[in-house]
Design a protein around this ligand. Sequence first.
Ligand code: FES
Ligand SMILES: [Fe+2]
Length: 428
Amino acid sequence: MLAPEGRVHRRVYTDPDIFAAEMERIYGHAWLYVAHESQLEGAGAFVTAHMGDRPVIVARHTDDEIHVFANRCTHRGMKVCSARRGSKKRFVCPYHGWAFSTDGSLIGIPHGKGYNGKLDPKDPALGLDRVPHVESYRGFVFASRATDGPSLADYLGPMTRAIDNMVDRAPSGEIEMTGGGFRQRYRGNWKLHMENANDLMHASIVHASSVDSAQAVADDLADGAEDHALQMFKGNGLPLEMMDKVEIHGFPGGHSYMGGFYKEGPITQTTDEDPINSSYRSAMIGAYGENRAENIMGWDTFNHLVYPNLILNPKHQQMRLLQPVAVDCTIVHSMCFRLRGAPEEMYQRSVRFLSALNSPASQITTDDIAMFNGIQQALDEADSEWIYLSRGLDHDIAHDDGGEIGEVGTSELPLRAQYAAWRDLMSA
Ligand code: FES
Ligand SMILES: [Fe+2]
């Protein structure tokens, strides 16, 4: 067995055959995030995305439906669309000009008489391969290649709350993805990033250099002069006894989330002395009333992991999406949302948060990527067979949200939840 409870064989990170099986059995069955509806406003609006290692086009068709289909020409395999997003009446393959509608069907072949009637352009099989299931949850568009399986809402289960909270934080009840984002490629398996995102044990150790320099800078500043990035860097330095007090939740299906761990400054969004927080709070109270606004804004959590490859951080309007490229290569897409109806400074803060945490110039994520590169290299070379996920094993506590909660925040419960889902899907 490659992943018995509490440990994992190194081949799970290094064997190309296991990666190929994951792309079929995990990414071929899961509901995978592909787009946000704010990117698909109006017929012809599209984005390009990946479902596992397969490139797809996500487009709004003239009938207003969102369709997802392979970004691979049925003629001789060229990528049909290389733009990241935009709006088109039709997709024309750059190689020999086959044209496809925004629902993926073939609508034209230049110089088609050369086929001497042996190829029927109306044959549906010549359309771009359609992904059978597409559903939205409050503007988040997911697609699935599974022939059977749960609805999107059932698949997301308790993670719907993260999406609800992300959207409810907009006074207008709508969020939008308008700008671009960051992309970083690392030499390491996709699971290494998922295992890192809810690992409260690593932050103060891996990120010590930025914690220490942030503290040194903060010591020289007047009270209240710290900016967001400085507070973020310091947050990673929370003592491990305090990290243990942060809630860590794991669920069947591989999802997980952690509680918030920013304890001081405007980044906690609890102080009214901060003018941006205070005008945002007024807008929220105006929209929802005091009780409901406090409920929405008071849900203090950090990363929410939707298995297998989506990470949401509703409080700071952040999102990360993993694109597995090969067994030892992954692209991380990082983006953020604008809260419609909130002061514009909230969006500027969200962009700064994204830059400080997830840009290639970040002093945080670059530390993590150094770990992923190092792990991948060592697992490729080493002759020791196992890695261990047993911190907190047998001390997880059943929770009335349908999942489990770690006895302490530094528990490796989220990793075990991921591997329970991995075993289920890979052995199905
Ligand atoms: S490969 Fe697309 S038209 Fe030839
Ligand atoms: Fe980290």
